[in-house]
Design a protein around this ligand. Structure first.
Ligand code: HSE
Length: 431
């Protein structure tokens, strides 16, 4: 196939994913050209540190120190941004690229979550593609799945495991019983974690991704600021063990729904029943479940991070660009997206897991039970395991279905109690 009509790209940012994209474009060169209808060639590469060993031969490609000229170059047709970060150089590059009427491909979930609507508008004005398949769930083609595959459906709910680092930590703690901090270190060494791991463990990375899935699913404007977000740093090994004893696994779940004209978006560790497909999603895998009114329930699962899977998503976007496929980044023009208010969550109802660390003294259990009674929360199960070598004890309660306002009322009634040794943990149950 002749190279005259090649899609000539610049890749900016050469970390794990950048190296993967170069390797993939080289390894599957002929196949990609057949699928795209033309070759995809690398016209320029750019990153902060030229000397760094990336395990891939960069000598065939033009190295550019100053990326600010790339958008204006006539010999570059599209730019791939793999720098990361919501603002700064990545955003500048995106705006320059779209202003120059060039397609822009990114793996940057933070930038899309914060600035996706503005960038999508720029892309609409320019009549070019803004593509971000790699921004959510690594190699799983969930953006295409939602944007194209289920475009004919009204979607009622989208939820899933959106952060490989947290899933790796939770499942490794479950299997090996290792402490949170040690497992986090392993996840970083394995290349799953963000540069700033608080983005992973505090749920922010998953919240970025959830806000994108919600917009695509419901035709609503991105609303990252209203994703209620709780991470996993308060989960202790005993929670995992007690959850297992009760028939659950703990997973960080992002969930979005539209309810009565309001947009519910929440990322939080949940108890997932052992029979639910999400409970079998282990290690750094991600999974997304969506429910459409004609298609029914769909379950996507695969690698949520890593060079190969993420490169696979980036290059899929490049193949679309090479084919000339473009269209609204969020499945409809930005001006058509609904602006829904955030959901008021007090009236939401479900079962919850409550864990208290309390003094091992007479009356403490009665105090907790009185608080649930007075708040109108009914207890389904209760576990207290005696410890001989300490004067504190864990009390774990699973409630019957209760309004969130009543659960909050229970905790309010116990706030400041001398019997409680630290903040109670509340985990919702995925029913
Ligand atoms: N840090 C992310 C994760 C990488 O752990 O899922 C992919 O976005």
């Amino acid at each position: 196939m002749s190279g005259d009509n090649a899609l000539r790209i610049a890749i900016v940012g050469l970390g794990t994913v950048g190296g993967g994209v170069i390797r993939l474009l080289k390894t599957n060169q002929a196949l990609i050209a057949r699928r795209a209808g033309r070759p995809i060639t690398i016209a320029a590469i750019s990153a902060r540190d030229r000397a760094k060993d990336r395990g891939v031969d960069l000598s065939p490609y033009e190295w550019v120190d100053d990326m600010s000229d790339l958008a204006a170059r006539d010999d570059i047709d599209a730019i791939v941004e793999l720098i990361g970060g919501a603002d700064g150089p990545a955003l500048t590059l995106a705006r320059q690229c779209l202003a120059a009427h060039k397609p822009f491909v990114t793996a940057n979930k933070a930038m899309i979550a914060h600035h996706g609507l503005g960038l999508a508008k720029d892309a609409e004005k320019a009549g070019v593609a803004l593509k971000y398949e790699a921004a959510v769930a690594g190699g799983i083609p969930v953006i295409k799945g939602l944007r194209e595959g289920v475009a004919a459906n009204a979607i009622s709910r989208v939820y899933g495991i959106l952060n490989g680092t947290c899933n790796y930590i939770l499942t490794t703690m479950e299997k090996d019983g290792h402490a949170f901090a040690d497992v986090l270190k392993d996840a970083q060494d394995l290349g799953y974690a963000e540069i700033d791991p608080t983005f992973d463990i505090d749920g922010i990375d998953a919240a970025h991704k959830l806000s994108i899935l919600a917009s695509l699913s419901f035709g609503t404007a991105l609303d990252f600021d209203n994703v209620e977000t709780t991470g996993i740093r308060h989960i202790i090994a005993a929670d995992i063990a007690e959850a297992a004893a009760l028939g659950f696994r703990i997973r960080l779940v992002g969930m979005a729904e539209t309810v009565d004209g309001e947009l519910f978006q929440r990322v939080h560790p949940m108890l997932v029943p052992m029979g639910h497909p999400l409970s079998h999603v282990d290690g750094p895998l991600n999974a997304v479940v969506t429910e459409g009114n004609f298609v029914g329930r769909l379950f996507f699962q695969g690698a949520g991070a890593g060079d190969g899977p993420t490169a696979s998503a980036v290059v899929a976007d490049l193949i679309d660009v090479a084919r000339g496929e473009y269209g609204p980044a969020f499945a409809m023009p930005v001006d058509s997206l609904d602006r829904l208010p955030p959901a008021r969550t007090g009236k939401r109802a479900g079962r919850v897991y409550l864990r208290f660390r309390v003094k091992d003294e007479p009356g403490v259990l009665a105090e907790i039970a009185a608080a649930t009674r007075d708040a109108g929360v009914s207890i389904e199960s209760l576990i207290q395991r005696g410890a001989t070598d300490t004067d504190s004890v864990l009390v774990v309660i699973v409630t019957h279905v209760s309004a969130e306002s009543c659960v909050n009322d229970t905790l309010g009634r116990l706030r400041g109690s001398d019997s409680l040794l630290d903040e109670p943990l509340v985990l919702h149950i995925l029913d």
